[in-house]
Design a protein around this ligand. Structure first.
Ligand SMILES: *[C@@H]1O[C@H](CO)[C@@H](O)[C@H](O)[C@H]1NC(C)=O
Ligand SMILES: *[C@@H]1O[C@H](CO)[C@@H](O)[C@H](O)[C@H]1NC(C)=O
Ligand SMILES: *[C@@H]1O[C@H](CO)[C@@H](O)[C@H](O)[C@H]1NC(C)=O
Ligand SMILES: *[C@@H]1O[C@H](CO)[C@@H](O)[C@H](O)[C@H]1NC(C)=O
Ligand SMILES: *[C@@H]1O[C@H](CO)[C@@H](O)[C@H](O)[C@H]1NC(C)=O
Ligand SMILES: *[C@@H]1O[C@H](CO)[C@@H](O)[C@H](O)[C@H]1NC(C)=O
Ligand SMILES: *[C@@H]1O[C@H](CO)[C@@H](O)[C@H](O)[C@H]1NC(C)=O
Ligand SMILES: *[C@@H]1O[C@H](CO)[C@@H](O)[C@H](O)[C@H]1NC(C)=O
Length: 787
């Protein structure tokens, strides 16, 4: 009871039991009933660990070439089955700013995510951190040397390491915590007893639910503007419990505790260091940064074609036309409807003739109910044994769009070969340019399979994290299902990542995936699966996309104008203006709703939409160069303000404005009925075409206008607008320089043919750096001098 509320660590996180004093004390924990503790806040645990709760003891600790190795011995039996008696702790001082801490069973191997991390050759010589241990109960304390700030202190609560329950807690040096996706929330997380669950799930994005992807990584701003990041390399279902101490508890139900810690010290560097571990993002083709149009329910290829023609007719830039599942015959992958979509090959040919591109959806579920010999993907998949199996060794059958389906096991290399052959066979008829891989959580309209799931520790583990539906198999496969690399229990969160590994690679691949995991950026982009045409969905998209910038997936967007529900002219205009600054810009609509592509609106609105797209196209050389920097260095493309102004704490909670790179500030209107918008301008001069800004300002924002400002000292490469629809129009390039008060500016440009494979790696590109100095000395611009 002497433990203050913010420091009460939950000893009974189970949600399906009413915790009694008896149950709590059986675990050796302290119990305070809620009505006794009047004034207690929602979320404060009734049953919590006493300070001296016995955990592991650090028995020995030896130096190794790269760090240390230690042995942890369990003091008393934990209250979950198969708790592990001796653990190996290994610490590697990999670089001066990167530390690797791994805790696992010392005697038998456990599932580990096979991430190829470049190995350190020697121990860091001058680490930015220092690490101390507490022997009994075991804990570790990590400090930043320069400031003495304690980044991690795991002695606050016991380490628990049972076969299906692994838990470790730490204090945090501040409440400025970001990341931990995929969730719908503000960019800055609340630490007010907030539990975030990570388990890939197909569901319209909703606050507090586990969503499509799983990213166990956080970034934290320390006092004074330094930042660090922590990555738990673990693919199991997990929870991250945040509480106001401030502190954080990792709670996962399998694998090992494998942490990478990045010391920055600035937030950009933390994200670069993270991507050195998970891999740098792929360079997208230039056309992939153009405007994309899609809807579910065009119904026919002719109707799809009509939309493309209407866009051309109004000279609205468009680089890619997409189709959702209605192009398929009976929703079966690698087919197209021979009646309704009979002209699809001609449509694709026509797109290519106009320098445009075609992308279509593919889901993992493979229809399993066709007469033998009529559907090659299933017959051949069965023959090659590439489907996920039940515990009985038969292909697991669930249900998705085509009806009953089997699910390819993408952890098996033979499956990649089979999928590639399918892609090539389809490509011979419909020469698509990119892939939209959806439903790859994997989504199943049933829970588990047609036969449910067997009873056992994988499908009914001793502890189930706070997953939507209360069960691991809710709207997905049985956790016990067999894949080549392991059981689905361990591989579920990796399904979308494995799915994205398979791409055609004669040109630069363009792939957008719904489910994602760390290192996904190497293979694909992501869209937020954003499902409603509502104002709040539009504003949630900004923090959603900023989080993916932290996760090393820069090619991200949300469905412009909203997917489900009916958009309005005003909402769609504002969303087109915001979406023109999504790194991946696609307008996408559901079936049986009014069309929402730019051509269907009044001429005033259509013109506003066209204008903002032209602005995007003008800035493509700049955006493309930012993607090059992401690919080469791990820089972010769509960037939170605090990345550039880490000393300015006002920026820490801003998620209604964002930057492109370091210098283009976007201030969208996110509310209905507005004719102005309030935006924050951090230190320095900010130019729009006519004025200089600083501080917090209210700006005019009529319906045909989005506020854009260029930071002092920046040179933006742009291209001259003009006729042509696609991204590579061959128009002349141009520079916009925004001089600083001392009359200098800097910028760069990466430029190549926009589509050949590995142009940077093959040295087939131009890279230019622009340094501007004003002849005749600094600051002749009157307004700038006044400020
Ligand atoms: C550390 O070294 C001692 C002495 O060689 C050895 O007994 C012990 O097992 C080692 N501990 C670990 C964790 O390797
Ligand atoms: C770590 O946490 C423990 C328990 O709350 C506390 O006693 C100790 O002082 C902390 N250590 C540091 C270095 O802050
Ligand atoms: C699509 O257009 C083509 C060419 O005009 C026509 O032959 C075909 O019947 C149309 N298909 C459908 C499904 O309307
Ligand atoms: C699944 O079953 C098929 C036979 O039906 C077999 O060829 C394949 O190896 C099995 N795969 C796994 C991962 O068990
Ligand atoms: C199956 O998994 C094993 C172990 O993970 C791996 O060595 C093997 O190459 C895999 N087989 C295929 C065909 O992917
Ligand atoms: C939500 O919208 C996405 C985007 O197209 C779609 O793939 C997904 O199936 C939708 N989910 C639900 C549950 O409707
Ligand atoms: C280099 O780029 C040019 C276009 O800029 C392209 O035609 C050529 O195929 C590329 N060469 C290689 C080796 O990729
Ligand atoms: C150009 O400016 C950058 C950034 O200010 C500076 O690092 C670089 O040295 C300059 N290069 C030249 C050639 O002046």
């Amino acid at each position: 009871a002497s433990v203050t509320e913010p420091l009460r660590f939950d000893c009974y996180p189970e949600r399906n039991v009413v915790v009694t004093q008896e149950l709590c004390e059986a675990r050796g924990c302290c119990f305070i009933e809620r009505d006794q503790a009047s004034g207690s806040r929602q979320g404060v645990p009734w049953c919590f660990y006493p300070p001296d709760f016995p955990s592991y003891v650090l028995e020995s600790l030896n130096q190794t070439e790269l760090g240390m190795v230690g042995l942890l011995r369990r003091k008393v039996k934990a209250y979950y089955p198969r708790d592990i008696e001796t653990l190996q702790l290994s610490v590697e001082f990999e670089t001066d700013t990167r530390l690797h801490i791994k805790i696992t069973d010392s005697s038998s191997p456990r599932y580990e995510v096979p991430l190829q991390v470049p190995r350190a050759m020697k121990r860091a010589e001058n680490p930015a951190y220092s690490l101390d241990f507490s022997r009994e109960p075991f804990g570790l304390v990590l400090k930043r040397r320069a400031s003495g700030v304690v980044l991690l202190n795991t002695t606050v609560a016991p380490l628990i390491f049972a076969d299906q329950f692994l838990q470790i807690s730490t204090t945090l040096p501040s409440t400025f915590l970001y990341g931990l996706g995929e969730h719908r929330s503000s960019f800055l997380h609340s630490l007010d007893w907030n539990t975030l669950t990570l388990w890939a799930r197909d569901v319209p994005p909703t606050e507090s639910y586990n969503l499509y992807g799983s990213h166990p990584f956080y970034l934290l701003m320390e006092e004074g503007g330094a930042a660090h990041g922590v990555f738990l390399l673990n693919s199991n279902a997990m929870e991250v419990a945040l509480q106001p101490a401030p502190s954080l508890t990792w709670r996962t139900i399998g694998g090992i505790l494998d942490f990478y810690i990045f010391l920055g010290p600035d937030p950009n560097m933390v994200i670069q260091q993270y991507q050195q571990v998970i891999g740098l993002p792929a360079m997208p083709p230039l056309w992939g940064l153009g405007f994309h149009l899609c809807r579910w329910g065009y119904g026919t290829s002719n109707e799809t074609w009509q939309t493309v023609k209407a866009m051309r007719n109004y000279q609205i830039p468009q680089d890619a036309q997409w189709n959702d599942i209605d192009y398929m015959e009976g929703y079966r992958d690698f087919t197209f409807d021979p009646q309704a979509f009979s002209t699809l090959p001609q449509l694709v040919e026509d797109l290519h003739k106009h320098g445009q591109h075609y992308v279509m959806i593919l889901d993992p579920g493979i229809s399993s109910t066709n007469p033998r010999g009529s559907y090659w993907p299933f017959d051949e998949g069965l023959r090659r044994g590439i489907f996920i199996n039940t515990t009985e060794g038969q292909p697991l059958i669930g249900q998705v769009w085509p009806g009953l389906t089997a699910f390819p096991d993408f952890s098996n290399q033979d499956t990649h070969q089979w999928w590639l052959e399918n892609l090539k066979r389809f490509h011979a008829h419909v020469p698509f340019d990119g892939l939209w891989i959806d439903m790859n959580e994997p989504s199943d309209f049933m829970d588990g399979s047609v036969d449910g799931c067997p009873a056992g520790d994988l499908d009914k583990p001793p502890y189930v994290p706070a997953v939507l539906g209360g069960s691991l198999c809710a709207k997905t496969l049985c956790a016990s299902a067999k894949q080549n690399a392991s059981v689905h229990y361990n591989l579920h969160n990796l399904y979308g990542l494995h799915h994205s590994h398979v791409r055609l690679r004669w040109k630069r691949p363009f792939v957008i995936s719904r489910s994602t995991f760390p290192s996904q950026g190497r293979y694909s982009g992501h869209w937020l699966g954003d499902n409603r045409s509502e104002w709040k969905d539009m504003s949630w998209s900004v923090p959603g996309l900023l989080s993916f910038s932290l996760f090393g997936i820069p090619l991200v967007g949300a469905d412009i104008c909203g997917f489900s529900g009916t958009t309005s002219e005003e909402l769609c205009t504002r969303w087109m203006q915001l979406g023109a600054f999504y790194p991946f810009a696609r307008n996408h609509n559901t079936q049986n709703e009014k069309a929402q592509d730019p051509t269907v609106f009044s001429s005033e609105v259509r013109t506003a939409m066209k204008e903002v797209l032209l602005t995007r196209y003008t800035l493509l050389p700049f955006l493309y160069t930012l993607f090059h920097r992401a690919h080469l260095l791990g820089d972010t493309v769509m960037r939170p303000l605090f990345f550039e102004f880490p000393q300015d704490m006002v920026t820490y909670s801003i998620d209604r404005q964002f930057l492109w790179g370091e210098s283009l500030l976007v201030t969208p209107v996110l509310e209905p009925g507005a004719d102005s918008v309030i935006g924050y301008f951090p230190r320095g001069l900010w130019y729009d075409y006519y004025t200089v800004r600083s501080g917090m300002l209210k700006m005019a924002a009529p319906l045909d206008h989005i506020n854009l400002h260029i930071r002092e000292g920046a040179v933006l490469p742009t291209q001259v607008g003009g006729p042509g629809l696609g991204a590579s129009r061959g128009n002349p390039l141009r520079l916009v320089a925004a001089l600083s008060p001392n009359a200098v500016a800097w910028g760069d440009l990466f430029w190549d043919d926009g589509e050949s494979l590995d142009s940077f790696e093959k040295d087939n590109y131009s890279y230019l750096v622009f340094n501007v100095t004003q002849v005749g000395g600094p600051c002749t611009w009157e307004e700038a001098c006044e400020l």
